[in-house]
Design a protein around this ligand. Structure first.
Ligand code: ASP
Length: 354
């Protein structure tokens, strides 16, 4: 991190003490990461770690006058089209039947309008469809066949989103899943070790929040959701207030990670609300993660020390241009771009991996 070129507001001591006092969790956030980063006056974008090219594109767009939401969508479109990213768009891992179902939402700060699609099939760029829901209808969320029909009305072409790689991972998952069926897994030594590990039910997504030079903010989240999900399952990504939220007067936030935990806590709304109450972005992200940790009761979702055993992360910018990311388990990195270019920075975290 280029600390010398950026203004940092030191909140560490106060924030860390606050977290320590208010949590009953076995381990509290470390002071590390609890500084609020601030960039210069130009445009800024933050995203999940898979979004370095996306934030670069978003900042380039805003620098040449593009609206923050248009720039943000153009940024995530790069990841939606990337067959190597198995968590978003084309090449995203499918549901349990081998069908790719995508979720996406957008929120435009200046108009406070949102649009979303959930469980949409065969469309590579669900974020573009979500944006059309926002712009051309009185609704916020279209799902399934309705969302697909709507996309086709706007000229989107259907295409198979399953790549050979995502199909092979899905098939291996089916073969390995149970001894109580007729599927036989291939010998482990015959399978690419990378593929073998991918059948773990990992998650992934891209969220991108953007703020332009005048301080207008917008955000977008797009995903293929939980790997091998039950068909029709909708995660947090297309739900306004959960997978993303923007209040143009205070801040913008969005998530990646275990959608169910976020849906039960409406974290993006709450993080922006915390920013409205005066918290910095990183502090707000950590505070919602602490809520999630406190409200997670199911034994199978907790480790032996009572900590959530899943990942969840937030990416945030406030009205003053401070930005940050907070994650349940660190260390981990997120993507940032501003006048200094696109890069990865370290996210603050609630718990540290061993
Ligand atoms: N949040 C997404 C979902 O639950 C997945 C992810 O971000 O990894 O669908």
């Amino acid at each position: 991190m280029k600390q010398n070129r950026r203004e940092f507001i030191e909140t560490s001591a106060v924030v860390a003490a606050g977290l320590a006092l208010s949590t009953g969790l076995p381990q509290v956030a470390r002071a590390k990461g609890l500084t609020e980063s601030r960039t210069g006056r130009g445009p800024i974008a933050v995203a999940s770690g898979n979004g370095v090219e996306a934030v670069r594109r978003a900042v380039e767009g805003m620098t040449s006058g593009e609206d923050a939401l248009d720039a943000a969508i153009a940024g995530v479109n790069i990841v939606e089209a990337d067959p190597d990213d198995i968590t978003v768009g084309y090449g995203g891992l499918p549901n349990e039947l081998g069908v790719v179902e995508l979720d996406s939402a957008v929120m435009h700060g200046p108009t406070h309008r949102a649009g979303a699609v959930a469980s949409i099939r065969n469309i590579m760029h669900p974020s573009k469809v979500a944006n059309l829901v926002r712009k051309t209808t009185d609704h916020v969320l279209l799902v399934g066949q309705g969302a697909l029909d709507f996309a086709k009305m706007h000229g989107f072409k259907e295409q198979d989103l399953l790549t050979d790689k995502s199909r092979e991972i899905w098939l291996l998952w089916k073969q390995k899943m149970s001894d109580a069926d007729d599927w036989l897994p291939p010998p482990k030594e015959e399978v690419d070790p990378g593929l073998w590990n991918m059948v773990e039910r990992w998650t992934g997504t891209i969220h991108l929040s953007a703020r332009d030079t005048s301080g207008d903010m917008s955000c977008v989240t797009t995903t293929s959701g939980l790997f091998f999900k039950i068909p029709g399952r909708v995660g947090d990504s297309p739900i306004i207030g959960a997978g993303l939220y923007c209040d143009n007067d205070y801040g913008t936030a969005g998530s990646t990670g275990r959608g169910e935990a976020n849906l039960q806590n409406l974290c993006s709304y709450q993080a922006v609300e915390f920013m409205r109450q005066g918290m910095g972005p990183t502090e707000a992200g950590l505070e919602v993660l602490k809520r999630v940790a406190e409200t997670t009761k199911r034994a199978d979702l907790l480790d032996e020390q009572g900590r959530p055993n899943f990942g969840l992360s937030f990416y945030l910018i406030d009205k003053q241009g401070r930005y940050g990311a907070a994650t349940m388990w660190g260390p981990s990195e997120y993507a940032v771009a501003d006048a200094e270019g696109a890069r990865k920075e370290e996210a603050a975290f609630l718990f540290e991996r061993d």
